[in-house]
Write a protein that binds this ligand. Structure first.
Ligand SMILES: C[S@@+](CC[C@H](N)C(=O)[O-])C[C@H]1O[C@@H](n2cnc3c(N)ncnc32)[C@H](O)[C@@H]1O
Length: 357
């Protein structure tokens, strides 16, 4: 995977972590180091529901912004809704092609899928999106298959079911086997980024509206004290014409010298040690050896008192500074840009805060 468009990052082998990204020159806090459009993006809503689709999933099926009152239903399936003719026509040539539309409509009425758990229905959406990618972008599917991730028994079982259900809905020329379907599902599990429902101070809690694959951003390894973090502007109303609202933006939290690894956190950084350890093992298959984990591994279960007691530790100070304290948020703060490093922006609620430290 080429990073030639950006001389800021270099793909390297990182001991104990596989591939990773290192700073190819010194990077500044607030600097945008990567901006990327999704290769695949799909809704997190179940395919099968008795409620009206736009009340169940009140987002445009292309840009994932909140739907206006007058929505544009897909003229073929009437099930998926778009916020504008522009979104519908772009989707029709990409993520909601006639093949996708036909496949999703068929699956919506599938009795065997109806009996499956919610998670399998979302996986079905992903498999349709991935088979479609294989048709519209051979280089895209190749980039996707080069990502990290190996199928386990659970994924192979899911792949057998989903392949038998979905492959007949695509032309035989797509040529995707059960094995390849399992590969696709395994890559999705490790590499997909969640796009969240908009922040609300009074709840509900954070929830996911879509999943997306960004192949370059997938090369960042995890650290529980990251030096960079992701932003998306899915719900932003004032983007310039050059940028799509579903683009992923990775921005530096702190300065970093050339040659050091750039890491993001795979979840919000306020999570306690036990939760982090469980997510990293269950979802990503590794045990984190970062400086913060080495210290917190020796803390008792009730970590919160220790956070107070060790408020002088560098990582405790980092969390106090970079976790957003707005009600119901807990997002990560990073300098808004490299010219105004004293203004911190939250990557979840969007709040701006001045850095007084
Ligand atoms: C999204 S990929 C990141 C790129 C990956 N290292 C590669 O070689 O393509 C996530 C995977 O990278 C590895 N990884 C990421 N962060 C790690 C860390 N802090 N320690 C060990 N392995 C890590 C794990 O295998 C994880 O499942």
């Amino acid at each position: 995977m080429a990073f030639s468009s950006s001389s800021l990052l270099r793909l390297d082998h990182i001991a104990g972590k596989g591939k990773g990204l290192v700073a190819a020159q010194s990077l500044k806090a607030g600097q945008v180091i990567l901006r990327e459009s999704p290769l695949i993006i799909y809704s997190s809503s179940p395919l099968i529901s008795t409620s009206s689709p736009s009340s169940l999933f009140p987002y445009c099926d292309h840009c994932f912004r909140t739907l206006p009152t007058n929505t544009i239903p897909c003229p073929s399936c009437s099930y998926h809704h778009f916020c504008s003719h522009k979104c519908f026509s772009t989707a029709f040539n990409t993520f909601h092609s006639s093949l996708v539309c036909h496949a999703l409509s068929h699956l919506k009425d599938s009795e065997s899928l109806q009996q499956q758990p919610y998670e399998r229905q979302v996986q079905a959406r992903f498999v349709v999106a991935a088979y479609n990618l294989a048709i519209i972008s051979p280089s895209g599917i190749h980039a996707f298959l080069s990502l990290h991730g190996t199928p386990d028994d659970t994924i192979v079982e899911a792949a057998k079911f989903l392949h038998s259900l979905i492959s007949p809905l695509f032309p035989p020329s797509v040529n995707i086997s059960v094995d390849l379907t399992a590969q696709l599902l395994a890559k999705d599990r490790i590499n997909s980024f969640c796009l969240m429902n908009p922040y609300s101070p009074d709840g509900p809690q954070r929830s996911i509206k879509a999943y997306a694959i960004y192949p370059k951003a997938s090369m960042f390894n995890h650290d529980c004290i990251p030096n960079a973090c992701r932003f998306d502007y899915v719900d932003s109303a004032d983007l310039d014409d050059e940028h799509n609202n579903t683009d992923m933006v990775i921005r530096m939290i702190q300065d970093l010298p050339e040659g050091r690894e750039v890491c993001i956190s795979y979840f919000r950084i306020s999570r306690d040690y036990c939760t982090r350890k469980r997510i990293l093992m269950d979802d990503y298959g590794f045990s984190c050896e970062c400086d913060r984990c080495k210290i917190e591994a020796n803390w008792p279960h009730d970590c919160q008192n220790y956070v107070e007691e060790y408020s002088d530790l560098p990582h405790v100070r980092f969390i106090a500074k970079y976790v957003c304290d707005r009600k119901n948020c807990n997002g990560t703060l990073a300098p808004k840009d490299d010219a105004h490093t004293n203004v911190l922006e939250c990557n979840f609620c969007g709040n701006l805060k001045s850095d007084t430290a």
